[in-house]
Design a protein around this ligand. Sequence first.
Ligand code: UDP
Length: 374
Amino acid sequence: MSKKNLNIGMAGAGLSCAVIARELAEQGHQLNLFDRRAHVAGNCHTERDVGTGVMVHVYGPHIFHTDDDEVWTFVNKYMRFMPYVNRVKATTGGQVYSLPINLHTINQFFGKTLNPAEAKAFIEEQADTSIIEPQSFEEQALRFIGRPLYEAFFRGYTLKQWEVDPTRLPAAILKRLPVRFNYNDNYFFHKHQGMPEEGYTKMVERILDHPNITVTLNAELHADDIDAYDHVFWSGPMDGFFGYDLGRLPYRTLDFQRFEGRGDLQGCAVMNYTEESVPYTRITEHKHFSPWEEHEQSVCYREFSRSCGHLDTPYYPVHLTDGDDLVQSYKARAQGLAKVTFVGRLGTYRYMDMDLTIREAMNSARDFLAGLSS
Ligand code: UDP
């Protein structure tokens, strides 16, 4: 195989393949991306809402946050990031609280005026300290915040989001969220946070804007096509590459119910509804993601989670504590294929934030290039 001007196929035009394509295009290789959808950027796709002109996060809220300086520099090369701090609210029991759980949430929920040290001691009294190494989502919650906060903010939301008892979900899902004993209500704890001024799709289009990159939309690269290429990067579903022959990996998909109105409809970008009795998990009011723009009209999405059918868009991979045998079987096969590199959320079947997706894509491109020169 000639090590220059390789002809590379890519399944998917989301963040993973876009970043790899750019890195390899700059080294003189030819990249051919195929995406079954009508747009690039995968699930972080943004577009202007026809009715209101507001930039909407079509597949649900995406807030960029990272501690990785190189990733932050990379995204800023292609798009100006506007200052943005994600402050999430939660409605439960007829009141509105702030998330992640912080001193305000604790004092409001328990009707107290505790200082940080008092709050810490108070929450420790509620925590189940008999749990030494939490394995499940529920154990993690009971160990660190205790039952009352768990039941008010996490149990109902998690049942709606995953449709699995939180005793069967991994603790890692809850570890995404901090608990704070001060009034900091920033949802994230990362060094960099922001929102792309012209949306994620424009950013991905710019990453892909290189003479060595060809993008074909509304088209799929099939596993049978790999012989036409020197190498393939696959960011589609891992089980899809193998024709689902061992069975389908489970995903959650989301449905959005759109509504619009004049002015400010909920006063914040994301309001979670953490009770099980409310059928949706959250409402996103998109114009709050671009506070630098002015819009009289506003558009909101009510978000409903459900099991992903064959024709639906996969969002969240479902990992359970009691075994991921099917994933492991597909992974073992995927690793055995020298000609194909599986990347990204669907290709590696993991719950990944955007920054990690970009970091891993950069690493994949570099490993590939290093392999060519060794
Ligand atoms: N979660 C919850 N209540 C909330 C917010 C989150 O129980 O109000 C749980 C839920 O199981 C969710 C997980 O924490 O899937 C991770 O939340 P995150 O906000 O990171 O979810 P994402 O925005 O990625 O869907």
